[in-house]
Design a protein around this ligand. Structure first.
Ligand code: FES
Length: 100
């Protein structure tokens, strides 16, 4: 089963393949910004892949549209839509040192 690691804390969560990064973060009690509850509208759930980008399932049409509209960089994904298929390491700009 894929392991999602959250940096800089190093906290990890094992989750079933095909689950979203947001689901892993919720289970790990790592807060991820969101205002549309996974409808693919707000883009607040943007996370950066530090490792394992190739272990993510490719973005679907909704995530692709959001990534384009919100000008995601190639390493950024929408946590509520991005599904893991293997081990990945992610971070966001707002996970500061309180989680270290
Ligand atoms: S929670 Fe709004 S796009 Fe992910």
């Amino acid at each position: 089963m894929p392991v999602v690691r959250f940096m800089p804390s190093g906290k990890e969560r094992t989750i079933r393949a095909g689950a979203t990064i947001l689901a892993a973060a919720n289970q790990a009690e790592m807060p991820i910004g969101q205002s549309c509850s996974g409808d693919g509208i707000c883009g607040w759930c943007r996370v950066t892949l530090l490792e394992g980008a190739g272990n993510m399932l490719p973005p679907g049409p909704l995530e692709k549209k959001l990534m384009r509209e919100k000008e995601f960089t190639p390493k950024e994904r929408a946590a509520c839509l991005a599904k893991v298929n293997g081990d990945v390491t992610i971070t966001t700009t707002y996970w500061g040192h309180e989680h270290v």
